[in-house]
Design a protein around this ligand. Structure first.
Ligand SMILES: [Zn+2]
Length: 438
């Protein structure tokens, strides 16, 4: 084939395809007449060379009703019926069981009151979603439907349950001013003073930040308008890291005992510590520690010989268990009260696996024969009353005569004989400090 012939062939092919294209456009013109009130919006859903697309929908048929405009639900059938029949005639979409809605003009600015909700293409539940909105996004409403949707200016719909006239107030801010230190590595600031909101910037241990406000949700607002949870800020530079993903260290407590962090777990004098200052990682889930359980069984049978019945009410508790329990108490009693008797997740003595609540979670347990026996004898089996009476200021918790903690016999006897709480004895703190709302 000569070069000239090739050129001619190519031109001929081009002419033929152009004709086919024009024919297609004519067919499309016909289809446009089917939905009487064709608009720009549905034009855009057609792609050239193809009469329609799967998602191509024609704009709703409009008829006037009193006080509003009624819409038939759009149909997406034209394309397939054209192609299968090979005829430009289009069968009328079946609108028999198709739901409808009526729109009434309405205009105003509204706020999205739920995070992550979607606008939809129709004013109908389960219709396709278009755009995701964040909490307190502002939208302009142009109509209201009798299906309880608001129509936005882009023609999409959001259910009226998810729009409010006012922004949601999720926290209140109190102005404060100060320099604080990030007390852990891998701390992120967030765009909102609420858990789980988007993170902004990563901070390292002892990064200094300027705080301009604190919130009633226990966040500190930085001068750049972002928020860091109070758990992660301290008033002083920290020598002992509080975070869980930090390098191991070894140091001495105020009273000269060894304090060390091994794999995110703090030990003082070899005793694993979980209190308001020292946390356990979420991943630390030992279950009941066998030596603690053996010691309990030994104590239980010794008690039995004295006619005393001891039994476990609560033992090991995982980080996740504690998270749920604490959230429930906060919900019931408020954070301030909950913090006097319940631990925040990661701070619970029960997560160590060395702890048992025995018999009764009632302070009057102190005066029962079982409570008296326990206080007198538990040390010889390696247990201490972890939160003694009148030691709230040191332990961070109210008196719990039922809560025993295994530390080994020698230590238990020394601590008990001293009349001190574990925190006082070792010279360590137990304080959420920055996070306690006062
Ligand atoms: Zn307990």
């Amino acid at each position: 084939m000569s070069f000239k012939k090739t050129i001619i062939t190519v031109i001929a092919i081009l002419i033929v395809s152009s004709c086919m294209f024009i024919l297609a456009m004519i067919i499309r013109g016909k289809s446009d007449t089917v939905s009487r009130d064709q608009s720009e919006q549905s034009e855009n859903t057609y792609s050239s060379g193809n009469v329609s697309t799967d998602s191509g929908y024609s704009v709703p048929e409009v008829s006037s009703t009193q006080g509003g405009t009624s819409y038939d639900i759009p149909s997406s059938t034209p394309a397939s019926s054209i192609q299968s029949s090979g005829s430009p005639e289009i069968s009328q979409p079946n609108t028999q069981d198709v739901p409808q809605w009526t729109e009434t003009n309405k205009s105003g600015e509204y706020y999205v009151n739920t995070d992550g909700i979607y606008s939809r293409i129709y004013a109908l539940q389960d219709s396709d979603t278009v755009k995701q909105y964040r909490l307190n996004d502002k939208v302009t409403v142009v109509a209201k439907t009798d299906t309880d949707y608001f129509k936005l200016e882009d023609g999409t719909f959001i259910h009226s349950d998810y729009l409010s006239k006012n922004e949601e107030t999720l926290w209140t801010e109190t102005e404060i001013n100060g320099e604080y230190y990030v007390n852990s590595d891998d701390v992120y600031s967030r765009i909102s003073a609420i858990q789980g909101s988007d993170t902004v910037e990563r901070y390292e241990l002892n990064d200094k930040v300027t705080v301009i406000a604190r919130t009633d949700t226990d966040y500190f607002k930085l001068e750049d308008g972002t928020f860091i949870h109070c758990d992660y800020l301290s008033e002083e530079e920290v020598k002992i890291n509080l975070g869980s993903n930090l390098p191991d260290y070894s140091s001495l407590t105020q009273n000269g005992y060894t304090i060390e962090r091994i794999n995110g777990i703090t030990y003082v004098d070899g005793v694993m510590i979980a209190n308001k200052t020292y946390t356990l990682p979420r991943s630390y889930s030992p279950g009941i520690q066998p030596d603690a359980y053996d010691a309990f069984l030994e104590m239980q049978s010794a008690a039995e010989q004295d006619g005393i019945s001891l039994y476990i009410v609560s033992g090991y508790r995982s980080y996740d268990d504690q998270e749920a329990i604490y959230a429930r108490y906060v919900n019931d009693d408020g954070k301030e009260a909950a913090d006097t008797y319940s631990s925040r997740p990661g701070h619970s003595d029960h997560q160590t696996g060395y702890t048992f609540d025995l018999n009764s979670l009632d302070q009057d347990f102190e005066y029962t024969p079982e409570g008296i026996w326990l206080a007198e004898h538990c040390a010889q089996f390696g247990f201490i009353i972890r939160y003694p009476k009148g030691k709230d200021a040191y332990t961070g918790y109210m008196f719990e005569p039922w809560h025993v903690r295994y530390v080994g016999r020698e230590r238990a006897e020394a601590i008990t004989d001293s009349g001190l709480s574990l925190e006082e004895y070792y010279g360590i703190s137990s304080d959420y400090s920055l996070c306690v709302n006062e």
